[in-house]
Design a protein around this ligand. Structure first.
Ligand code: NAP
Length: 269
């Protein structure tokens, strides 16, 4: 009877020792003013990272950094940027570099939007807008940060791109969104191949149906139908997606790159 107690306390010690998985790291998080991005900031700050919280809505990014646990001597900072603009992303990386006196070695790309419509009725502008933010925005942050890291000879970095299970399954009313997220998976795998030798890992997290402001607008009846298809029989919480991002960002995932990790409660393609 003594053995299980020993095993339990052993694992408890391991979990306790896990605090500080990102100690001393700077983590840049886009879409940080809401939902999954905000949860990622909380989890990364809990694990000792100094957070650069980035959002189109600077007030929301500021609200996110309020109340985050402090990361040693470095304070968290909020930044305003539009990820769909190359100029804005370049300025962002320079500003983060200047504010922290170092480049981030962790980045999570969570900025994203939906603009749903049936394909037969979808205006061209809605298609372009969703691709511009979700796919091009993710590309620009990957490219700009990786260029800066490579030019400074910094290795041991990890980028996590938030895609979606919809990028594999497709979804009625989301031709633009599903295409953007399929693109993020392809971008991630390519970036992983090109950047591996330069000491940068790149992975994707594919959330399923997650409770955030993005899904708050979905009618309850539709939510109930989708939830009934999820093996765990509930929507995900943003923190559950954030924990997967933390793992991929940390050195515990040191041999993982180019992966597309589904965090869906069992809903799969
Ligand atoms: P959310 O609560 O709407 O958060 C998205 C954040 O991104 C918002 O703060 C938004 O700012 C910001 N943003 C939008 N456009 C931007 C831009 N051009 N530049 C910078 N920031 C921008 O959504 P979420 O549910 O947390 O989604 C986060 C990511 O997870 C997205 O990539 C989404 O596609 C993905 N995802 C979500 C689910 C889900 O079920 N929730 C499932 C799969 C994947 P504003 O509020 O000012 O627009």
């Amino acid at each position: 009877m003594g053995k299980p107690v020993f095993i339990n306390s052993y694992y408890t010690c391991q979990i306790m020792a896990a605090t500080g998985m990102l100690a001393g790291r700077i983590a840049l998080v886009t879409g940080a003013g809401s939902g999954i991005g905000r949860a990622v900031c909380r989890v990364m700050a809990r694990e000792g990272a100094a957070v650069a919280a980035v959002d189109l809505n600077q007030e929301a990014a500021h609200a996110t950094i309020q109340g985050l646990p402090t990361a040693g001597s470095m304070s968290h900072q909020a930044f305003c940027a539009d990820v769909s603009s190359g100029g804005s992303v370049s300025e962002l990386v320079q500003n983060v570099r200047a504010a922290f006196s170092a480049l981030p070695t962790v980045a999570v790309n969570s900025a994203g939007i939906t603009q749903d419509a049936f394909m037969l009725k979808m205006p061209e502008e809605r298609f372009d807008k969703v691709i511009a933010v979700n796919l091009k925005g993710t590309f620009l942050v990957n490219q700009t940060l990786a260029r800066a890291l490579v030019s400074e000879g910094i290795t041991g970095a990890s980028i996590v791109n938030i895609a979606s299970i919809v990028g594999k399954t497709g979804n009625i009313g989301q031709a633009n969104y599903a295409a953007s997220k399929a693109g993020v998976i392809g971008l991630t795998k390519t970036a992983a191949m090109e950047l591996g030798r330069k000491g940068i890992r790149v992975n994707a997290v594919l959330p399923g149906f997650t409770e955030t402001p993005m899904t708050d607008v979905i009618p309850e009846k539709v939510k109930a139908t989708v939830t009934s298809l999820i093996p765990l029989n509930r929507m995900g919480q943003p923190e559950e997606i954030a924990e997967a991002c933390l793992f991929l960002a940390s050195d515990r995932a040191s041999y993982i790159t180019g992966a597309a990790l589904e965090v869906t409660g069992g809903l799969s393609a």
